[in-house]
Design a protein around this ligand. Structure first.
Ligand SMILES: Nc1ncnc2c1ncn2[C@@H]1O[C@H](COP(=O)(O)OP(=O)(O)OP(=O)(O)O)[C@@H](O)[C@H]1O
Ligand SMILES: [Mg+2]
Length: 267
């Protein structure tokens, strides 16, 4: 069985649930639109914010979309992705994301990052927006340093916007005494949750529509079951929708019905 056979059987131009979806193709879900609006407000007010939600609910995609829609004449987005543990590594990822040399001692990288932020603000009149993804996996030392990095002119200047993005354990971490200075500097706490049933319908139908498929390809009952088994998590819904489509293809059905979703549950 080949992917191209499945797609042509259902008249789909491409894989509707592929991870590699372009920013323009991201579906406008009400929960996403709300979180996007809150992110825009955070950026306009130049604050420090957190974006939390369960794994696979669309946080990184929302960051990508927000970065994409920033006015390049006013803002410059930087994306820091950090998965290892030491603070030295964190600094190196941070410097690399800002196109700075990651070489040298922690204190010199710290100075370089701050100079770059000030330079963008004062010389280029560009406000840096720094997205730190997977922030729940940062150690407390690195999180503490983020507060230091945003302290400019005796803490009287908002020279950059910072968004910490991660799973809800980030909120628990921020309750630690040692992080109180960072915690009470947070101006916006944004939550992205799992999709409602209606949003799951919009997501599946929207993806099928963008790929040229038939509007009723998934029956309502099939989509409802996909929603129930995935808990409304985008990534899980995408996998369940794709695997059910394969089942429908194997059974030479023109539609994805509930029974095909049931088959993947029982596999
Ligand atoms: N608005 C959207 N429309 C269509 N697909 C989306 C949308 N948002 C996210 N997705 C898809 O859902 C999947 C999960 O999204 P994403 O990686 O952004 O989740 P996440 O919350 O960052 O997960 P994690 O916490 O594991 O990093 C991705 O494959 C992505 O392409
Ligand atoms: Mg992510």
């Amino acid at each position: 069985m080949r992917q191209s056979d499945i797609l042509s059987y259902f008249n789909l131009e491409k894989h509707p649930f592929d991870k590699e979806i372009s920013t323009q193709e991201l579906i406008e879900l009400p929960s996403n639109i709300k979180a996007h609006g809150e992110l825009q407000l955070l950026i306009e007010t130049k604050g420090i914010g957190i974006l939390t939600g369960p794994s696979g609910c669309g946080k990184s995609s929302l960051i990508r979309k927000t970065a994409h829609t920033l006015n390049p004449g006013l803002y410059r987005p930087f994306y820091v992705f950090h998965s290892s543990l030491s603070t030295a590594d964190f600094y190196q990822s941070f410097a690399a994301a800002m196109n700075l040399s990651p070489q040298g001692r922690r204190s010199s990288i710290f100075r370089r990052i701050k100079e770059q932020i000030i330079n963008l603000n004062d010389q280029q009149r560009i406000h840096p927006v720094i997205f730190i993804d997977e922030a729940h996996s940062l150690n407390t030392d690195s999180l503490k340093e983020i507060r230091m990095l945003t302290n400019f002119e005796y803490d009287s200047k908002n020279a950059c916007t910072i968004l910490l993005c991660g799973h809800s354990e980030l909120i628990h971490k921020l309750k630690l005494n040692i992080l109180s200075s960072l915690a009470n500097s947070i101006t916006h706490s944004i939550k992205l949750d799992s999709m409602s049933g209606e949003e799951t319908f919009t997501y599946i139908e929207g993806r099928i529509n963008s790929c040229g498929g038939h509007p009723g390809l998934y029956t309502k009952n099939a989509m409802k079951l996909i929603h129930d088994i995935s808990g409304g998590i985008l990534r899980t819904s995408a996998n369940a929708a794709w695997r059910s489509l394969i089942k429908a293809y194997e059974h030479k059905s023109a539609q994805v019905e509930k029974e095909y979703v049931n088959m993947i549950v029982n596999q």
